[in-house]
Write a protein that binds this ligand. Sequence first.
Ligand code: PLP
Length: 418
Amino acid sequence: AGAVSCDNTLRRAARRAALSRSRGRGKYELKINENYKNLSESYLFSTIAKKVAVYTQQHPEQEIIRLGIGDVTLPLAAPVVDALHAAVEEMGKKETFHGYGPEQGYGFLKQALMRYYARRGVVLAENEIFVGDGAKSDIGNILDLFDVDNTVLVPDPVYPVYVDTNVMAGRRIVYAAATRENGFLPMPQADVQADLIYLCSPNNPTGAAYSRDQLQAWVDYANERGAVLLFDAAYESFITDGDVPHSIYELPGARTCAIEFRSFSKKAGFTGLRLGFTVVPKDLMCGDVQVRSLWARRHGTKFNGAPYIEQRAGEAVYSEEGSRQVMEQVAYYKRNAMVIYEGLKEAGHTVFGGINSPYIWLKVEDGMDSWEFFDYLLEQANVVGTPGSGFWPSGEGYFRLTAFGTYENTVEAVSNLF
Ligand code: PLP
């Protein structure tokens, strides 16, 4: 009984303290960032999960094939695992232990990246490359450098991070519709003024990729208008078409207007490890301010560097054997993409993407919307995909399937459609 009464005393005291804290709040007028209230709730993946759970309960005998998520399924390549092991051993020995590393990334990784770019005819300086923990963080963090008064242009449908990070900051967003008519590749419009322009090529979710001429038009437009291109090349390793640039810097003029984001996630299966990098060329100026030096300052202040062992793993991705093996993995996913693309076409569907991308963008059956098609596909083929409307309005009427499943499941999913 003593313990109970003691408990109650403590509870009463805690309540009194909470009350006085809440009374104090008004006085200090702490303000939250009201822009967060303008974020639209993302029900996409939770709604998918609920629908699948209900279906599984009703049809326990059916095996569901998931081609909805954008996560990889193959394990890390052997040279990457070896590099991780070796780096862990180093960390366990006094002579080879690594503490804080250089904030922008280790020279060994940046040199490997520079050699890779040089093979594509792109010359980068070591201090133009910033190693980070994945493209998503850098895509969000880069906005620290730009005033909220800037207008941003995002493609629609869109990788939701571009929209939400700008809504959080309260920036004005204009949309460039990616439709069947423009090949899902919006081009510059003379009457649209934007300061920050997001380009994602190869694109998530549509799988479309800009040709050299199309990207050159964006580079020229950005230079004329004094805009900055935020070029997301997360799916670069899936490019098949010789006319699709792997880097924005393959185009003349890009060094004065573009920032490029790269990821190890889809190229080498690092979705769980976390590693990426951002390129900010020295020639990119805003008035008399070098954007690279602002990003260096921001990176150094708010980031303490990606882990040493992961940067060694990243280096292994660009070794001769590492490159060979990760490209084999990419080829595995690309084969899945072709199975889906060709299979759906044969089944009479209208399909896009898949050639330079792990994403297949499928026109839904006439008379259905994206969610109705989701139900149809789940019931007819036991396949789960992602309704296009989840990626913004122009995605309505379309459906995204991914090539990241196993080959066997992918073949089965397609055969279920016949
Ligand atoms: N950019 C696009 C277009 C993506 O689809 C993704 C992940 O799905 C990312 C960036 C994020 O990549 P990371 O895993 O390196 O954060």
